[in-house]
Every structure is written in structure tokens, then in C-alpha cells.
Write a protein that binds this ligand. Structure first.
Ligand code: ADP
Ligand code: ADP
Length: 228
């Protein structure tokens, strides 16, 4: 599903944010990407979302070499990828239902079907009763559940989440993690960047550890604590 071969990413005027990273994620996996602030987690997610291009090395998404597909194909590739951010990134002047509908409208889904799907998605995140509210009137945990519903709306093969629980208290954190686990149980491949060690301990999943842009461990449990 995702293959990186010796990927290096340098931003102009900076040392490498990622250095010689080789990593493979299979369909159906749930993987934590961890490491201290500045380790390169966000950069790796941006490469996978085709927001940034590798400086060197190769990136294959769904078996396709991203460097060779051309800029015009990127939006089509992205239809297979849902994204969740730490700061939710909901549209404040659109209702909750409209936010979730957005990726479906982009796909030109018929209105009737959109309404049905949005209702079902909001029910799955426990927010049917908030459909007509505007995001700023919701709690952080509710906003992130809306963001997860929006990310999952097009039934993406891959879900990327960048510190999705970074702004949430422990209880809301578990609710949002449960939604990601549910999506994974239904077949979505999930990649979650987090520096929250308690999540890694609670959910025994594959953990990829980055430090200063290098992949330093990859396994079922962390052998070294992030930031140690
Ligand atoms: P993390 O998500 O693990 O905190 P990032 O991927 O955000 O790490 O950052 C990795 C390194 O790349 C850091 O040194 C950061 O300052 C640098 N960096 C990230 N984005 C940019 C950018 N747009 N321009 C320049 N440097 C950047
Ligand atoms: P986080 O670590 O929560 O992912 P950051 O605060 O590191 O977020 O980065 C926020 C935004 O700023 C990102 O889009 C990142 O690419 C950009 N950024 C990070 N470091 C730098 C940098 N040194 N120079 C320019 N942009 C940066």
C-alpha cells in the first residue's frame, strides 16, 4: 500500500527532515509513527499525501511510483486517502453535516445518496444530533470526531492521522482512537503519527520510531522510548 525506498526529504536551507527511510506498509495494517518533535513524522505523512515530494529515493503508493504519475493525477490518488489533523481543520462556516458531505460532493455523488451517507457517518461517530451545528460550537473531541467522519466519508483505502489526539483530554483521546481502530477493523489501512507514549502502550500495534529524520526502530512494541 505504501512503500518508501531510501527516501530523503530536505527542506530548503535545512538539514534533512527525513534521511534514507525505507518502510513498507501493507493493506489492512494499523501503524503508529512516533518519535520526538521534529523527528520527521509530519514530513513523512506529507510525502504520503503527496503534499511534498521526496528529495531523493522512491515512494510508491498503491503500487504506483508517485514521481511518475504527474501532478494532474494527484487529486485522484488522494481520493483514496483520508487525512485527520491535530487541529481538526473543519470549515467553521459550514455545518457539521456540510463538512462531512464535502469530500462526497467533490466526487459528484448524488445529493440523496450524500444525505444518506452523511447521516450514517455521523451516527457512526455518535454525532447525529450535531448535524446542523457549526464546528466552533462543538467541543474539541466532537470536532475531531467530525473530522474523522469527513476523512472516512469517501471510504478511503488509507487513513493518515497527524497527532489526532494532540488537543484532546484522555477520555476524548480514547473515543477518537476507537474510531480509527473501527475504521481499521473494516479494512482501512491506518497510519497515525503521535508522540503520546500512552497510546503506544495501550494499543499494541506496529510502531515505527523516527529520530532526527532516521527510522531507528520498527516493531510490534517499542524497544526504546520516544524522546529517551
Ligand atoms: P515532527 O512531525 O516529527 O514534529 P516534522 O516533520 O514537522 O517533524 O519536522 C521535521 C524537521 O523538518 C524539523 O526540523 C522541522 O523544523 C523541519 N521542517 C518541517 N517542515 C518544514 C518546512 N516546511 N520548511 C522547513 N523545514 C521544515
Ligand atoms: P507539528 O509538529 O504539530 O506537526 P509544527 O509546529 O512542527 O507542527 O509545524 C507546523 C507547520 O509548520 C507544518 O506545516 C510544518 O511543515 C511547518 N514547519 C515546521 N517547521 C518548519 C520550519 N523550520 N520552517 C518552516 N516551516 C516549518
Amino acid at each position: 500500500m505504501i512503500q518508501l525506498f531510501h527516501v530523503t526529504k530536505e527542506y530548503p536551507g535545512d538539514g534533512p527532515a527525513l534521511q534514507d527511510v525505507t518502510l513498507e506498509l501493507d493493506k489492512g495494517e494499523f501503524v503508529f509513527l512516533t518519535g520526538p518533535s521534529g523527528a520527521g513524522k509530519s514530513t513523512l505523512l506529507k510525502l504520503v499525501f503527496c503534499d511534498e515530494a521526496p528529495t531523493s529515493g522512491q515512494l510508491l503508493l498503491f503500487g504506483k511510483n508517485v514521481a511518475k504519475i504527474g501532478a494532474r493525477a494527484v487529486p485522484y490518488l488522494r481520493r483514496n486517502i483520508g487525512v485527520v489533523f491535530q487541529d481538526f481543520k473543519l470549515l467553521p462556516q459550514r455545518t457539521v453535516a456540510e463538512n462531512v458531505a464535502l469530500p462526497l460532493e467533490v466526487q459528484a455523488m448524488p445529493d440523496k445518496e450524500i444525505r444518506r451517507r452523511v447521516k450514517q457517518l455521523l451516527r457512526s461517530v455518535g454525532l447525529e444530533h450535531r448535524a446542523e451545528k457549526f464546528p466552533p460550537s462543538l467541543s474539541g473531541g466532537e470536532q475531531q470526531r467530525v473530522a474523522v467522519a469527513r476523512a472516512l466519508a469517501p471510504a478511503p483505502a488509507l487513513l493518515l492521522a497527524d497527532e489526532p489526539t494532540g488537543n484532546l483530554d484522555p477520555e476524548r483521546t480514547l473515543e477518537v482512537m476507537q474510531l480509527l481502530a473501527d475504521a481499521n477493523a473494516r479494512g482501512t489501512t491506518v497510519l497515525v503519527a503521535t508522540h503520546d507514549r500512552s497510546l503506544l502502550e495501550r494499543y499494541k500495534r506496529r510502531v515505527v520510531l523516527l529520530e532526527r529524520g532516521r527510522l531507528v526502530s520498527d516493531g510490534d512494541s517499542i524497544r526504546r522510548a520516544p524522546g529517551a
